[in-house]
Design a protein around this ligand. Structure first.
Ligand code: NAD
Ligand code: TDX
Length: 336
């Protein structure tokens, strides 16, 4: 029986991965999650209790991490590391938890897998590469130099470097992935798409940073999960794989789609104070993952994926409703 320890497994993407593992493998999963404001234990509620155990705890707690990693004794057992402070805007307001969780937390996990000889997969972001010009024909590849812009992306970049150093210096059996912007169910209302969808569902307006020209490369969280499982099963130790689904859209294009999907006027949007240091464009070249590991995304239409995501939010106000007012108050205080 395969055992996986999934850090951050109660978050947006980590919980999606746990569902994916339940559906596509017979593995048993232990979730290690601090249950910060960003966690959604509800997202795990429908899973089989015989196969999923949830441990509330911090990845910087070396004793707890050691105990859990020590239990990964099987040949196929692995640690899959999603836990992070994940929101750029929060990292501008207070970088401190980003340094603790993303750097010290990753270090704590690496030391445990080193001691116990356990396979690890480290989940990271395309933001470590900085940004591209709008008209740059190049996309990010595994060879693109690191150039992070925000405290969040710098902390993720540092974590990636720690993983590679532990592979090279200590022979840790780790793979890495750097994925583009995810969307789908259970994403916190602080993030771009859920914020705008829930603004519109509540009768409010879209809040666009700056002109809305910034480009993100959208991938459905289900496709990110299938990519991580593929890398865990078939990826080569020490290798990095970029994960993306050819989903480049400007923020303005995304909000126009949302306004159309929700039957609103195309101009029901406010241009608000821009994010400091706002990265212009991210774009992933996923050729290595596709050609070497044969991965393909299931969501080939961003428009269809977005429509199903809007439907999900419309049906889950009981989950996002209680979080909404505090998030909007914090944005309003910053003119956003
Ligand atoms: P999220 O904020 O929704 O979830 C993060 C989870 O980690 C939460 O459940 C939280 O409680 C937990 N956590 C935070 N600090 C912890 C700690 N010290 N110990 C244990 N658990 C802790 O984030 P997400 O969007 O699901 O992102 C998950 C991972 O994927 C992150 O590593 C992020 O950098 C990466 N990633 C995200 C995206 C994206 O578009 N959201 C894209 C690429 C990569
Ligand atoms: O209200 C908003 N208005 C707006 O125009 C918000 C919240 C965001 N934006 C813009 C900023 C970005 O250009 O939308 C874009 C997406 O913003 P976020 O959802 O905050 O995502 P981003 O900063 O691109 O980072 C995301 O993708 C990479 C995740 O939050 C990271 O965890 C991941 O690493």
């Amino acid at each position: 029986m395969r055992r996986l320890l999934v850090t951050g497994g109660a978050g947006f993407i980590g919980s999606n991965f746990v569902h994916h593992v339940m559906e596509h493998t017979d593995a048993h999963v232990t979730v290690l999650d601090k249950m910060t404001y960003a966690a959604s234990p509800e997202a795990l509620a429908a899973l089989p209790a015989a196969r999923v155990r949830v441990v509330e705890g911090d990845i910087t707690d070396a004793a707890l991490v050691d105990e859990l990693v020590a239990g990964l004794t099987g040949e196929d057992d692995a640690l899959v590391h999603y836990a992070a402070e994940s929101h750029n805007d929060n990292s501008l307001a207070d970088p401190s938890p980003f340094i603790t969780t993303n750097l010290v937390g990753t270090f704590t996990l690496l030391e445990a897998v080193r001691r116990h000889g356990v396979r690890m997969h480290h989940v990271s972001t395309d933001e470590v590469y900085g940004d591209l010009e709008l008209d740059d024909p190049q996309r990010f590849t595994e060879a693109t130099p690191y150039r992070p812009s925000s405290p969040y992306s710098a902390s993720k970049a540092g974590a990636d470097h720690l993983v590679r150093a532990w592979v090279r210096s200590f022979g840790v059996r780790a793979t890495l992935s750097n994925c583009s912007n995810n969307y789908g169910p259970w994403q916190h209302v602080e993030k771009f798409i859920p914020r705008q969808v829930t603004n519109l569902l509540s009768g409010g307006r879209v809040k666009l940073y700056g002109s809305g020209a910034n480009v993100r490369d959208w991938i459905h969280a289900d496709d990110h999960s299938s990519a991580v499982l593929t890398i865990l099963d078939a990826g080569q130790v020490g290798q990095t794989y970029l994960v993306g689904a050819d989903g480049e859209r400007s923020n303005l294009q995304v909000v126009r789609l949302l306004l159309e999907l929700l039957g609103r006027d195309p101009d029901d949007l406010d241009h608000v104070t821009d994010r400091a240091g706002h990265d212009l464009r991210y774009a992933i070249d996923p050729t290595k993952l596709r050609t070497e590991l044969g991965w393909v995304p299931r969501y080939t239409s961003f428009e269809e994926g977005l429509a199903s995501t809007v439907e999900w939010y419309a049906a889950h106000e009981d989950w996002w409703g209680p979080k909404k007012a505090a998030v909007e108050a914090a944005y309003a205080a910053k003119g956003q």
